[in-house]
Ligand binder design. Structure first.
Ligand code: AGP
Length: 614
């Protein structure tokens, strides 16, 4: 969703950074962009905004010859008001104050009414414009102090936001504030940068400070001149060195980030498995206080959205069968509005690639407010909001995931959930030493099995041609493979805009069987496990109604290719980690259907990478 950048550079033009930074934030999803800089030659704040890709805005910036030593930029994902140029950021009030903003000002209507009554005229339908006018009002009426003006304005706003503000009167300073949305400050040599995401700055510097909720900072080219925390007390935040690699943000020979990220899975999974293979299946992997917390918990509740919710659903099977611990999984956006019954002995887990999904964050806060004392975040993005708000945290080692459709974040989340199940199983006396050795071997072999699954790509590309012509598809699985069917259907929807649904195969006859005819391809995830015979019976039900079956199975499950039954087999039986390997096939299938249909693989329509609004 929306991205923020900003910079003050004593000896260089900020425009290069602003446009480069915004391009690096494109993956988050947006529909318009813009930058504002203070032009010394014209002594005014100049702005360029465009609907559509950053490249269009960049072109306009070049044509207008925008330059300056201070500036802010934004990619907007429309929430309040349509996708129009007047609604794009930055917003300017009276040529004096310019603002970029992520998040939502929940009380913007009341603020707008107040400001209109004071004589301010609004040019957009956004909540952000109230920030610009509000800061200007405070600035002009309370001693022309930009820092204090931002501080007072922010105290009026409800909601989650991160903002950056520049002022015509003081082109050497910028004020930034964070409340609920990520914001970092990065430091170069006589230059300072700000961004909502570290990927925007690492081409310029790796020295970063993550602001905390409630922080308001005054910046100059020398760095942070003043930083007050949520209580108004002077504070300092640690400067860290980002280890994110620049290569991970570039295509490096692949056609799409999604393709690259699918192919990175053997390494991402191996790197994540190393946590347990090198460190052992020990609670300490999950944080300093994990030993005491893990020994007292009696049940688990996992809260998540989208693909991360499906990884949680898969994890439930391992947690219940290996660790014998009762596990519930709930969609975060539902949980947060339910009358929950809190249990201090229940561990709340959140799974999230970005660590900043608003629904998941709010669900965690709600659980904590209801009396849940222990929480664990399984997250991919370092220092993001969810791990920071949780008692325990463990990071997947997937590296940057740029494609909007989640791939390697999902499979690495599964590795962590499996590692957690084995860790808890061992701790609770349900995993013998032999079983422990077996689980470690399974993890060791997993990257190789994923590599084998990647080799199935040509066969899946053949299937894709047929899927691409169909209006919808059905995905079936049973047991632990049912969530993989859900993930397969979600990937198909996101990437190809083909309607797809997933069902536990046994549920077919209770309704969805009515949909089956020769136009409905039915994907069946059918590895050789204890439910295989049941799945085969469900497949007969499809075959008898003229449905075409596309079976993903493993080597020893003796499926025969016949008319109306297509089979692709992974080259070996994979055992307990089979869901992870079958995921690769459903990812590749959707990727190839998208290629045939010519959709935007990395940026599917209407979707954003980090969903930081409700
Ligand atoms: C997955 O392909 C999605 N784009 C989406 O469902 C995503 O998984 C969801 O929005 C949750 O995001 P998170 O993992 O960053 O919390």
């Amino acid at each position: 969703m929306c991205g923020i950048v900003g910079a003050i550079r004593a000896h260089a033009n900020v425009v290069d950074f602003l446009t480069d930074g915004l391009k690096r934030l494109e993956y988050r999803g947006y529909d318009s962009s813009g930058i504002a800089v203070y032009s010394e030659s014209e002594q005014k704040i100049k702005r360029v905004r465009r609907v559509g890709r950053v490249a269009l805005m960049e072109e306009a910036v070049k044509q207008k010859g925008l330059t300056g030593h201070i500036g802010i930029g934004h990619t907007r994902w429309a929430t309040h008001g349509g996708v129009t140029e007047p609604n794009a950021h930055p917003h300017i009030s009276g040529g004096l104050i310019s603002v970029v903003h992520n998040g939502i000002i929940e009380n913007f209507e009341a603020e707008r009414t107040r400001l209109e009554a004071l004589g301010y005229e609004f040019e957009s339908q956004t909540d952000t414009e109230v920030i610009a006018h509000s800061v200007r009002h405070e600035y002009e009426n309370n001693g022309k102090d930009l820092y204090r003006a931002v501080q007072t304005a922010c105290s009026r706003f409800h909601g989650a936001f991160a903002i950056a503000v520049i002022c015509h009167d003081d082109p050497a300073h910028m004020v930034v504030a964070r409340m609920g949305c990520p914001l970092l400050v990065a430091f170069g040599d006589e230059e300072v940068f700000i961004a909502s995401d570290v990927s925007a700055v690492i081409a310029f510097t790796r020295k970063v400070t993550y602001l905390e909720d409630g922080d308001i900072a005054l910046l100059s080219a020398n760095g942070i001149d003043m930083l007050l925390d949520k209580n108004g007390d002077k504070t300092e935040r640690a400067v860290k060195t980002s280890e994110l690699s620049l290569a991970s943000l570039e295509l490096g020979g692949y056609s799409h980030f999604m393709q690259k990220e699918i192919y990175e899975q053997p390494k991402a999974v191996a790197d994540t498995a190393e946590i347990f293979l090198d460190g052992g299946f020990v609670p300490e992997n999950f944080g300093e206080h994990a030993p005491e917390i893990f020994s007292k918990i009696k049940s688990i509740k996992i809260l998540a959205c989208g693909t991360s919710y499906y990884s949680a659903l898969t994890g439930k099977y391992w947690l219940e069968s290996i660790a014998r611990i009762r596990t519930d999984v709930e969609i975060a956006s539902e949980y947060r509005y339910r009358d929950v019954i809190a249990d201090p002995d229940e561990l709340i887990i959140t799974t999230s690639q970005s660590g900043e999904t608003l629904d998941t964050m709010e669900a965690l806060k709600y659980a904590q407010a209801q009396g849940h004392e222990c929480s664990l975040s399984i997250c991919n993005v370092l220092e993001s909001a969810l791990p920071r708000a949780s008692t325990l945290a463990i990071y997947t080692r997937a590296g940057a995931e740029i494609g909007v459709a989640s791939t390697k974040a999902f499979t690495t989340q599964l590795v962590i959930l499996f590692g957690l199940a084995v860790t808890l199983g061992k701790l609770r006396g349900h995993v013998s030493d032999d079983e422990l050795t077996g689980y470690a071997d399974d993890l060791r072999q997993l990257p190789g099995s994923i590599q084998h699954a990647l080799n199935l790509e040509p066969q899946l590309a053949v299937w894709a041609k047929e899927f691409a012509t169909k209006p919808s598809a059905l995905y079936l699985g049973r047991g632990i493979h049912y969530p993989i069917a859900l993930e397969g259907a979600l990937k198909l929807k996101e990437l190809t805009y083909i309607h797809a649904e997933a069902y536990p195969a046994g549920e077919l006859k209770h309704g969805p069987l009515a949909l089956v005819d020769e136009n409905m391809p039915v994907v069946v995830i059918a590895p050789n496990d204890k439910l295989l015979d049941k799945v085969k019976a469900n497949m007969q039900e499809v075959g008898a109604r003229g449905g075409e079956l596309f079976v993903l199975s493993d080597l020893d499950s003796d499926f025969a290719e016949t008319d109306g039954v297509h089979v692709i087999r992974t080259p070996r039986h994979i055992g307990v980690l089979s869901p992870i390997v079958h995921t690769i096939a459903v990812q590749l299938l959707s990727y190839h259907v998208a290629l045939v249909r010519g959709t935007d693989v990395d940026k599917p329509r209407n979707l954003a990478k980090s969903v930081t609004v409700e």
